[in-house]
Structure formats: C-alpha cells, structure tokens
Design a protein around this ligand. Structure first.
Ligand code: RIB
Length: 301
C-alpha cells in the first residue's frame, strides 16, 4: 500500500502575463500572451505529487464559484483526494498576478483571499487526513498560526513534516525542532539564516544553522546549480540537467511535490533529490506552475 502524503496549503488563481521584460516604475508594456491557471504553492505541490504517483490528500481553502468547482474537478482527475478542499462563502480565492519575462524569470504579487481563512479549526476538522498520512508537506502561503497548529498536530501524531518556507517569514525555534525536513531556496535560506547562500559551500553553512536549530534534514535548492542536501550523516550537491528555460514559476513547488513522492516510496536522499531535480527541470521548460508539473511517465529515473 502506498504511503499517504497530505499537503496543507494555498490555492490561487494565477494570472500569467508573458512580457518581454519587467516594466519599470511608471512604464506600461504590452504582454506577448496572457493565460489563467490554477496555482498556489500548496495546490502546485499537491498536483505535482499526485501526477508523479503520490497518494495525496490536499487541505486548502478556496472561494466558491464556477471556476473553483472546475479546479476541484481537475484536482480530482489528477488523482488528488479532494474531500478536504474547503470553500469559503465570503472571500474569493487567492489570486496571483505573475509576469514572466523572456528569460523565464518571474515577478509575483499575491492577494491571499480565502487562503487567509484557512484556520486552525479547519485543520482540526480535517485531522483525519493528517492521521492517515506518513508525510505532511506545508508552505507559508496560509496563516502562520495555522501552519504552527498543523505542525503541532502532525508532530504529536509522529508524522514526518516537510516545510517549504515560501514565502519566507521569520520562524520560531519551536518550529524548527519539529521538522523532518526544511526545503528553502537560496534566497529563503539566506533570509532565514543570515548566511548569503550562493553555492554549495555557503549552503552547507546555512544548513548547519538549520540542523543546530533541530531540523533533521535540510535541502537548499540553488536554481540552475542544483540542490544541496545535508543532515548529520551526509551532505552532497545534486546538479540539475540543463534545459531550455521557458518559465521558472512553480519550479520549487514541483521539486517539493516530487521529493515527497520519492521519499514516500522509500528512495534514499540522493535518489529523492535526483528525482525532484528531474521533475522541476521538466517544469521550467513549460509555461505555468501547476500546468507544467510532469507526469510519472515523463521522468526516466
Ligand atoms: O510558486 C508559484 C506560485 O506562487 C504560483 O502558482 C502563485 O500562485 C504563487 O503562489
């Protein structure tokens, strides 16, 4: 039987503008293309995990209109267990305005909407999904107190909790002590540790700070330089395959979704990071975040 993965996090509507470059203050530019996608770090990670073969529960809160019902149907088609997707009757879904330039880089502005209403009481109401899980994967696009509460419950139930600290806020020491794994990117690792993370050497220093605070395992993603792993027994850098980059939005989400699937299948750390790198490099070669998440048959390892 497959190990269950429970993803707790945000759902957004992504409005993606492909622009030649990012506008300067006061400048108006015309987009080459506009598309709307289902997004949000939580949803992207849940979709990536499910497409890659994970058995996934997704706990989130979205608005309540036709578009959301369609997204829920799509999640279901992607194999996600949708019983814990909550809908808020007052607030609209979170929305992200995303600009992607010709180099595949992005700028994102979000308004949280219903994500802000995913409360500790909702987590209690969905605790069955945590009880069933072996791995719980969270990000920081829902209220901090909700993340803390979900972490407390999961920790008490002896679940392996993975925190992708995005978007970053300062974290209390108590959080670090309950984490099986933290997966910041280099900017997030810099903000959280004060170490300027640029390469494997500085990532190692930053990882030491996380380990000292009580996290059991650390993975710092380094963009085109790959991903760096460290725990108290081993450390290594896994380089990433070179691909033609179209859109880096959601690369970290696909990485996290793929990683948790690999861990749930019992792969070792190196194999899990290789699998996650491979999935995210497919993701960056396509437009959109969730829409670019690959299926299992696209990955050769
Ligand atoms: O990580 C990418 C995601 O960040 C987008 O889908 C957008 O919704 C924002 O949450």
């Amino acid at each position: 039987m497959k190990k269950i993965i429970t993803v707790i996090g945000s759902y957004n509507r992504d409005m993606v503008f492909q622009t030649p470059y990012f506008p300067r203050p006061g400048e108006t530019i015309t987009a080459r293309n506009f598309e709307m996608f289902s997004g949000g770090k939580g949803a992207n990670q849940a979709v990536a995990a499910s497409r890659l073969g994970g058995d996934v529960f997704f706990i989130t809160k979205m608005g309540n209109d036709e578009l959301e019902n369609k997204s829920k149907d799509k999640f279901s088609k992607d194999g996600i267990r949708v019983n814990y997707i909550l809908q808020d009757s007052d607030l609209p879904s979170g929305t992200a305005v995303i600009m992607v330039n010709d180099n595949g880089q992005n700028c994102i502005v979000i308004t949280p909407g219903a994500n802000d209403n995913l409360l500790s009481s909702d987590i209690d109401a969905c605790s069955h999904a945590i009880e069933k899980a072996s791995f719980v994967l969270m990000q920081l696009e829902i209220p901090y107190n909700t993340v803390k509460h979900a972490l407390d419950i999961s920790y008490k139930m002896k679940k392996k909790v993975i925190l992708n600290p995005a978007p970053t806020v300062p974290l209390e020491d108590d959080i670090y002590q309950k984490l099986y794994l933290i997966t910041p990117n280099q900017t997030e690792a810099t903000l959280l540790t004060g170490i300027e993370v640029e390469n494997a050497k500085s990532a190692s220093k930053a990882a030491d700070i996380f380990l000292k605070k009580g996290v059991q395992n650390v993975i710092i993603t380094l963009g085109e330089n790959g991903a760096y792993f460290k725990n108290n027994e081993e450390q290594f850098l896994v380089p990433i395959q070179e691909v033609e980059v179209k859109d880096t939005t959601g690369a970290g989400d696909i990485f996290n979704g793929a990683l948790v699937v690999a861990l749930s299948e019992g792969k070792n750390w190196r194999q899990a990071v290789e699998f996650a790198n491979s999935a995210s490099s497919i993701g960056v070669s396509r437009l959109g975040a969730q829409s670019s998440a690959p299926y299992r048959n696209e990955i050769s390892i």
